[in-house]
Ligand binder design. Sequence first.
Ligand code: MLC
Ligand code: AMP
Length: 500
Amino acid sequence: MSVTQTEFFPALRLDNHHIALQEGEHTWRYSSVHQRIDQFASGLLGNSKDLEEERIAFFMPASLDYVTTLLGVWRAGGIAVPLNIAAAIPELEHALSCAGVTRLVVSGDVDDPSLVLLNALCKSLNVQVISVSSLLALQILPMPVLTPERRAMILFTSGTTNKPKGVVSTHKNIRAQITTLLKAWEWQEEDSIPLFLPLHHIHGIINVLCCGLWMGARVSLFAKFDMETILEEVIQDHYTVFMAVPTIYVKIIQHLETLDADKREAICNGFRKMRLNISGSAACPVKLYQQWQQLTGQTLLERYGMTEIGMGISNPYNGERRAGAVGIPLPGVDAALFDDAGNVIDAEDTPGEIRIRGNNVFLEYWNNPKATEESFKDGWFCTGDVAIRESGYFRIMGRSSVDIIKSGGYKLSALEIEGTLLTHEKISECAVIGVEDDTWGEAVTAFVVLKPGQLLSYGELKSWCESRMSPYKIPKTLRVMESLPRNAMGKVMKPELKKL
Ligand code: MLC
Ligand code: AMP
């Protein structure tokens, strides 16, 4: 079996004149987006017939250019590597070199002053920087026919290791991740959805952008979470579906509290008229679920996913959406709980690790067979998340590792942040943990021991971090300690730090 263009994103056709994308005042129809993707893919192909899994990175916010690049790389047989536009240079260096990227696509002028550091980095790594417009070929070439097993995308995910790993998804995985959601959440061609999530993660890429475009719906693009503009459009009934991380619902509620009653009601009414509001990427507190229901009448649909699997478990579209639970396995996804001995747990109310099987599950960590092997047991992908089942519904209880932090929906590695902080000339020891927080879910907190005679303020640490890590990884709090609590083996006892 092979993938042809008409089977992959069937709404992208020359005879489909529905609006696909909106960016500010501009709209683009499926027909013209389709044509532009073909032009771009042809430019990428140049003299070759197939990119043969060449890794093509791109560095741009949600935009027509982003969509053109993602879909264009797929059509031409390359592997798409979307980069974090908020990343610091050392993080970009890791992504580009780890994935063996050969070309990096930017939106606009390659000589734009904002790209000076990135250009220098690419030069040092021998990566060619090119703009989307320079690749829009006049003559459209035949596209390669791809088998479903072909690698399609690498997304970077933090874990219990120092550096993020590249998660490789194939065309088969991406199709499975999209089509299960189209069915489960009853996507319709008439749907209209705002896309304001970062586009280097699965939530924004698959759940919003790819589902919307596969279905033939309208996707409104925002370079960032521009709350005021988005809420104005909510008032004007622009959207039928809204998907966000819990922090965004918290921020909207906080904002509503600052508004007069009429404005607040207009916004709540806009949400009330939608057909679906979804929360995911981090636990949705029961209090938030209830507040949202009281304000908007919407019963949030909470679902559970991961970069390696797309979405795995979801509350039902029709049927009970239970507060604090993530629901039941999605169509085509096998999900089970396992005990420490590796046995399936059939009993209810017994905690175990969530393991997942199905066409949605990624192929491998790029260039890292050891990590790939360690993450699978007997064909199941081991998520590291612990849950129980209560009358059929999964309820997440936590994670097996304290070194993974979820802040505003971003998964962060405590070890990665510690590794960077330890390069600070004043820091001799450090430990990073996530502390429960009403807005962020967990807030990054750093405990440090300084070298003798040194002083370090929070402001100094924060500005030092700015060129070294993405803004959302920067600790929100700094605690300077005489020493860190360690066990007999010398390992820092993070639960003790949490108590502080
Ligand atoms: C922003 N800041 C954060 C942060 N986001 N701090 C901690 N955690 C975060 N997530 C900080 C900035 O550094 C800045 O700090 C201040 O908040 C304001 O920044 P901002 O950019 O204006 O914030 P805002 O636009 O409000 O961003 C918040 C947000 C964003 C929630 C919109 O974090 C976001 O888009 N999160 C979604 C991430 C996501 O898509 N995750 C899905 C991963 S896939 P200062 O100090 O400079 O003021 C996955 C699988 C699945 O998890 O199941 O979906
Ligand atoms: P990421 O690696 O960024 O894709 O993040 C995946 C992780 O997010 C999962 O392993 C979970 O820990 C967490 N996650 C996603 N959705 C939920 C949810 N609804 N409730 C709790 N945790 C979630």
